[in-house]
Design a protein around this ligand. Structure first.
Ligand code: ATP
Ligand code: MG
Length: 267
C-alpha cells in the first residue's frame, strides 16, 4: 500500500492564507487581503491593537468564518476538504459546562465525534496530565481557579490530538504570574508534541516570550503590517525575560505596534 500521502513534506505549509480578506455583512472591512504561510512546527503570534482583525483571521484559519475573497489551505488542502490533520481552537473564556466535571468537559469533543468510551477516557487522562490537572478530573469547574479552568479548556483542545492549535488570547484574563506559568507550559507542550501554534495576543511581552515569528497587525482597516522572526538560541525561561535580548526584542515589537497605531486610516 502506498502510504506516501501520510507523510508531510517539510515544504508543504501547515497554513497557507492566499489573499484572504473579510468584509462583514454590515460593510466593516475587518481584514484587507492577507498572504501568510506558516510552516509546520512554527509558533506564530498575531499581535495588534483591538479591532485589527486578529480574531477574524484566526476564525478564518479555523474554518469558523469564510473569507469574503481569497482562500485558505491547511497542508495544501482547502479547509472544507477531509484531511488527516486536525485543528483545534481555544477561546479566551474557558467556556466549560458548569454542571459537568473536568473529565466530562475534556471528553466532550470525543463524545461528539463518537470515539469509543475506553479510548476517550484514556485520551482524556493523557490530556489532563499534559496540562497538570490529572488530580482534578472529578472537580467541577467552579472549584477551580481561572488559570486551572483555562488549563481544562486547553486539555479539551489537546484531546483531539491536534496538529494545529489556534488560541485567541487564551491567557488575557489571567494575572501575570499565572500567565507566565501557562505560557511556559504551553511552550513545553509545543516542543514535545511538534505542534503548529497560532496565538493571538495584545501583549508585547507574551509575543516576545513565546513566538518563533510575530505577525504585527494594524486596525481600520485590519491588515498585516510587519512580520518579525525571532531566532534566539536562548531557552525561553525567566532568565530570557530579563535578558538584554528580550528587552531589545520587546522594544522592536513596541516600535512596530506604535507604527501600527500611527498608520490608522481614518477615512
Ligand atoms: N460579526 C461582525 N460584524 C461586523 N463587524 C465585526 C464583526 N466581528 C468583528 N467585527 C469588526 O471587525 C474588526 C476586526 O474585528 P476582530 O474581532 O477580528 O478584531 P481583533 O483584532 O480580534 O480585536 P480584539 O483585540 O478586540 O479582540 C473590528 O472593527 C470589529 O468591530
Ligand atoms: Mg479578538
Amino acid at each position: 500500500m502506498n502510504t506516501a500521502h501520510h507523510t508531510t513534506p517539510l515544504d508543504v505549509p501547515a497554513v497557507n492564507v492566499l489573499s484572504a480578506d473579510k468584509t462583514y455583512p454590515d460593510g466593516t472591512v475587518a481584514l484587507k487581503p492577507v498572504d501568510l504561510k506558516i510552516r509546520q512546527g512554527e509558533f506564530v503570534t498575531l499581535l495588534g491593537p483591538s479591532g485589527c482583525g486578529k480574531s477574524t483571521l484566526l476564525k478564518m484559519i479555523a474554518g469558523l468564518l469564510e473569507p469574503t475573497d481569497g482562500r485558505i489551505h491547511l497542508w495544501n488542502k482547502p479547509i472544507d476538504q477531509p484531511s488527516d490533520k486536525r485543528c483545534t481552537f481555544v477561546f479566551q473564556a474557558p467556556t466549560l459546562m458548569p454542571w459537568a466535571d473536568v473529565q466530562t468537559n475534556v471528553r466532550l469533543p470525543l463524545d461528539l465525534s463518537g470515539v469509543p468510551r475506553d479510548e476517550a477516557d484514556r485520551r482524556v487522562d493523557d490530556a489532563l496530565e499534559m496540562v497538570g490537572l490529572e488530580k482534578f478530573s472529578k472537580s467541577l469547574p467552579r472549584a477551580l481557579s481561572g488559570g486551572m479552568q483555562m488549563r481544562v479548556s486547553i486539555a479539551r483542545g489537546l484531546v483531539v490530538q491536534p496538529n494545529l492549535l489556534l488560541m485567541d488570547e487564551p491567557f488575557g484574563a489571567l494575572d501575570e504570574i499565572t500567565r507566565f506559568k501557562l505560557d511556559s507550559d504551553l511552550l513545553a507542550l509545543w516542543r514535545e508534541k511538534n505542534l503548529t501554534v497560532i496565538f493571538v495576543t495584545h501583549s508585547i511581552h507574551e509575543a516576545a516570550f513565546l513566538s518563533s515569528r510575530v505577525i504585527v497587525m494594524a486596525p481600520r482597516p485590519g491588515r498585516v503590517i510587519e512580520q518579525i522572526a525571532i531566532n534566539t538560541s536562548h531557552p525561553r525561561n525567566e532568565e530570557f525575560m530579563v535578558s538584554p535580548e528580550f528587552a531589545q526584542l520587546s522594544k522592536r515589537l513596541q516600535v512596530a505596534l506604535h507604527h501600527a497605531s500611527a498608520t490608522e486610516v481614518t477615512v
